[in-house]
Every structure is written in C-alpha cells, then in structure tokens.
Design a binder for this molecule. Structure first.
Ligand code: FMN
Length: 157
C-alpha cells in the first residue's frame, strides 16, 4: 500500500462502525469472516448490505450461496472478531454454533443476528457488494457492542 492509500484508509477509519461476523455455507462446510462494512439499506423491504474483498478465498462460495447470516458482536467478543479475521481453516473449531432454519451457521452468544437471503450483488472496485433481504432476526438491545474506530476496537455502550 502506498502513502496515498494509507492516508485514504486512515481517513475512512475515522468513520466508526460496529463489528460483525458474516457466515454462510460452502456446501456442507461452514464459512465466515469478520466484516465492518455492514450497513442497513431499507426498512421496506428489509435490506442490508456488506462488501467482500475480491481477494478473499471465500468470494466465489459467497457469490454462489443462497444467503448469509450477519452477527453483531458484543464488546466482550473481541476474540471472536480476531478468530474470523484470522486463519480461515480454524474459524469454527470448538465454536458453539448451529444451523438456522435457512440452513445458515448461527453462532451463539452474539448481540444480534440477521438471517438474509442474498438478493443482489454489485461490482464495487476491489470489493463485491452483497445486498441481503432479512428473513429473520433476533437482538439483545441491552448489551454493549464491539466497535471499530481508527483501526482499533472500542466499546460502544
Ligand atoms: C475489523 C475488521 C473488519 C473487516 N471487514 C471486512 C469487510 O468488511 N470485508 C472483507 O472482505 N473483509 C473484511 N475484513 C477481513 C476479513 O475478516 C478476513 O481477514 C478475510 O476474510 C480473510 O479471508 P481469506 O482468508 O479468505 O482471505 C475485516 C477484518 C477486520 C479485522
């Protein structure tokens, strides 16, 4: 990355976000990644978006998958964020998860989750933008969430 790109990335990093883990199935194998590109799009119909780096080893599997599940992490789940940004083969090892009604990996203990059918995919430079239709969700509004700001984790009360 050259100096201009670092400056651009640092400027973008001033925009504080939450942290999510986005899971799906590659055939019979669960997959997932940490993502802070999640955002809401539409209430009616209920749509959300996130973007995936084209360089990801999981890109084609996510492009083929019928849906994905977005998990919002709590402030006590930094380890989970690091795990899903780390070595891909270790991500579900000894993790408490089950298959949802849509057949998507549902990780226990998160602050909220949104189960989505994959509705649109758009070109976005070095990323692909995924838009999902929320089919079901659950949320624990009382818990503090994990945030990300200036390249560091922060607690959002
Ligand atoms: C805080 C944080 C936010 C991230 N957000 C995204 C994201 O929005 N989209 C993305 O494709 N990767 C994102 N990543 C990177 C992925 O979590 C992870 O590094 C990537 O899936 C590596 O997968 P690969 O082994 O398939 O290349 C983020 C990582 C961190 C630590």
């Amino acid at each position: 990355m050259d100096a201009d790109q670092i400056e651009f990335r640092n400027a973008l990093g001033l925009f504080a976000t939450g942290i999510t883990v986005i899971t799906s199935m590659d055939g019979d194998t669960p997959m997932g990644l940490t993502a802070n590109s999640f955002n809401s799009v539409s209430l009616d119909p209920p749509l959300v978006l996130w973007s995936m780096a084209k360089s990801s080893s999981m890109l084609s599997a996510y492009q083929k998958a019928p849906g994905f599940c977005i998990h919002v992490l709590g402030s006590d789940q930094q380890e989970l964020s690091n795990r899903f940004a780390g070595r891909a083969e270790d991500r579900f090892a000894n993790l408490d998860w089950q298959k949802s009604q849509l057949g998507l990996p549902l990780i226990s203990g998160c602050v909220a989750h949104f189960e989505c059918r994959s509705e649109h995919q758009y070109e976005g430079g070095d990323h692909i933008i995924f838009v999902g239709r929320v089919e079901s969700y659950a949320a624990d509004a009382a818990r503090p969430v994990l945030g990300y700001h200036r390249g560091k984790y922060v607690e959002i009360p």
